[in-house]
Design a protein around this ligand. Sequence first.
Ligand code: CTP
Length: 408
Amino acid sequence: MNIVVGVTGGIAAYKAVHLVRLLIKAGHEVTVIPTEDALRFVGLPTWEAISRKPVTTSVHEDVAQVRHVALGQAADLVIIAPATANTIAKMTAGLADDLLGTTLLATTAPVVIAPAMHTEMWRHPATRANIATLRERGVTILGPAEGELTGGDSGPGRMLEPEEIVDAALALVGRVEDDGDDRDLDGLQVAVSAGGTREPLDPVRFLGNRSSGRQGVALALAAADRGAQVVLVAANIDAGVLADAEQHPLIRIEHAGTAAELGDAMRAAAEDAAVIVMAAAVADYRPAEVADGKLTKESGVLESIDLVQNEDIVASLAARRHPGQVVVAFAAETPQDAEEMLARARRKRERKGVDLLVVNEVGWDRGFETADNTVQVIGDGGAVLARSSGTKRAVADDIWDVIAANLG
Ligand code: CTP
């Protein structure tokens, strides 16, 4: 495969050397296009030696071959790693003041970018808006990961590891080529919440629930495998459960701890989403006061905890949804019998004002922390639109079938 690797001016440029090596070892033809700034971090000779090809940043060399157009046209895949906030902004605007910019405008190949920057820059509204625009145009955003950053601070902003980028980028191209028929959600933007919120009581204790996040993560993976661009808002999910989603090129993970954080993240994700799926178990209440220090018996016996109610996130998302947006809620019920479960589910759907409500029966040994699930999907007028039983992934696919039928 002909792969263009764009390298832009961030400290993570040194990691791109390893990325290029991995691609070459896997048998691909790699053309490296650094920006001028990238060369401050890793010089031309390194890129030429590693890619075994001439490397330039400029459109004014090799003019006879119309290099800036030729490279873009010949590419089967373009990877930009690291992608700085500046490059992301230039891509969004379609600027073409160097070889990388012109190549990006000339290519019709899949474009994958691995952002790397400080957390503040990543969270800045300008960057968020740029990322949303690029996603809309079909660019795949890999990461960034959370972790320690160059300034000693930590948070989202670290470039994914070269192995992760290579695996995800090659998987994306494979998927684009192989699975054309299964991509019925191609380009659809969706926001999925998963996991369970934790409401702190003091620095070491919280009120929480038993949600493992498995059903929500399965919903995110099922949508992404069918071509959707997914924002997965993950509340306290084990790394093991999140592993596949972290690798998926079409899934971006936002972490949330409390109901308030989950609400903020979902509201942001909902702005561009055609479908909102609230699979997270959100605490209905939080402690009225959070102690600054650990509550100890020495500081006094705790006889009761005052609680205040959290906002109903899915109800507020449904109330302000834009035309055509489909909102899906979940309900975990412990009913006496099947009839009571359906009656409760129908009332809950009405109360929350959502389009679809997925109800599952839970109990001490059912629904939570397990691989399997049994659900019913309730739609307009309380109609049971589907019943599904099986692995959480199989159930997720059945739920997306119903959602897809409710779109537009
Ligand atoms: N939910 C939410 N915000 C909350 C509580 C719940 O968005 N503060 C969402 C959940 O993500 C789920 C749905 O609402 O999609 C159902 O949650 P559930 O706890 O079953 O509903 P409640 O309204 O809390 O009803 P109940 O009294 O049965 O607990």
